[in-house]
Design a protein around this ligand. Structure first.
Ligand code: ATP
Length: 234
């Protein structure tokens, strides 16, 4: 059961190819459970998220926020329905094609940040540049992002020497490296104190104002309030 507020207007920059940055149509997500009815997360769910908008998936723990994020990011297919990225329907495309498109279209920040432990903060930020061998060209941008996020002084540190908040900011810089149309973040304020969480919310708002589409999953009331629109999962 879901409740969605009105679709988001796009105050800055229309979508490149004419469709919403993220378009979910008639999405059903179910998980099979041995010996029981499948667990139904959503049925007939629609979302149009354009550049310039911040949408929050809200709801209690276990209500399905991460499941919708993962479907929207093309990490798993929906049980039924379609997923579109700026006019391109990705449902049914081969996994390697989706992966290549996702790398440029979506910056995804998962709940744990997931930095690679054997790489420094700067090397972690540069990871998305590896497949196109662009680490040299993007090194300056990586440093600028770390600077903007207030962790430039940690560039040479390994993840185990960073605080939770610093790890998350480094992961954010990595998500932004290729300037994706969409930024997705799963519970981005969960491990932060209030002041850091509010700073991060301001950053998400700035990303939207700069023309990104921002999709977050959160039960932080401050983040839910800061969104342009929200889906409340029950
Ligand atoms: N791959 C899976 N197979 C079976 N059940 C799953 C799978 N992934 C998630 N679930 C179940 O689906 C429900 C929704 O999970 P999901 O992680 O999407 O919720 P959530 O709202 O993001 O939770 P949280 O706020 O705790 O992160 C939960 O009951 C979870 O146990």
């Amino acid at each position: 059961m879901t409740q969605t507020t009105a679709p988001v207007a796009a105050p800055h920059g229309a979508s490149a190819a004419g469709g919403p940055a993220i378009e979910l149509r008639d999405i059903t997500i179910q998980y099979e459970r041995p010996g029981q009815e499948p667990l139904a997360i959503v049925a007939g769910y629609d979302l149009d998220l354009r550049r310039g908008g911040l949408h929050c998936l809200a709801g209690r723990s276990g209500s399905g926020k991460t499941s919708i994020l993962r479907v929207a990011a093309g990490l798993v297919p929906p049980t039924a329905g379609t997923v579109g990225w700026e006019g391109l329907e990705i449902t049914g495309l081969a996994d390697d094609v989706i992966t290549a498109k996702r790398r440029k279209h979506i910056g995804y920040l998962d709940q744990r940040g997931n930095l690679l432990p054997g790489l420094t903060a700067l090397e972690n930020v540069l990871l998305p540049a590896l497949p196109d061998r662009q680490t040299r060209q993007l090194a300056r941008r990586a440093r600028d992002l770390l600077e903007q996020l207030g962790v430039a002084g940690r560039s040479g540190h390994y993840p185990d020497r960073l605080s939770g908040g610093e790890r998350q900011r480094v992961a954010f810089a990595r998500a932004l490296l290729l300037n994706p149309a969409v930024v997705m973040a799963d519970e981005p304020t969960a491990s932060l104190d209030r002041a850091s969480a509010d700073a991060l919310i301001r950053m998400l708002r700035t990303l939207a104002a700069n023309g990104h589409a921002v999709l977050v999953a959160s039960h932080d009331a401050h983040l839910i309030d800061a969104a342009d629109s929200r889906t409340t999962l029950a």
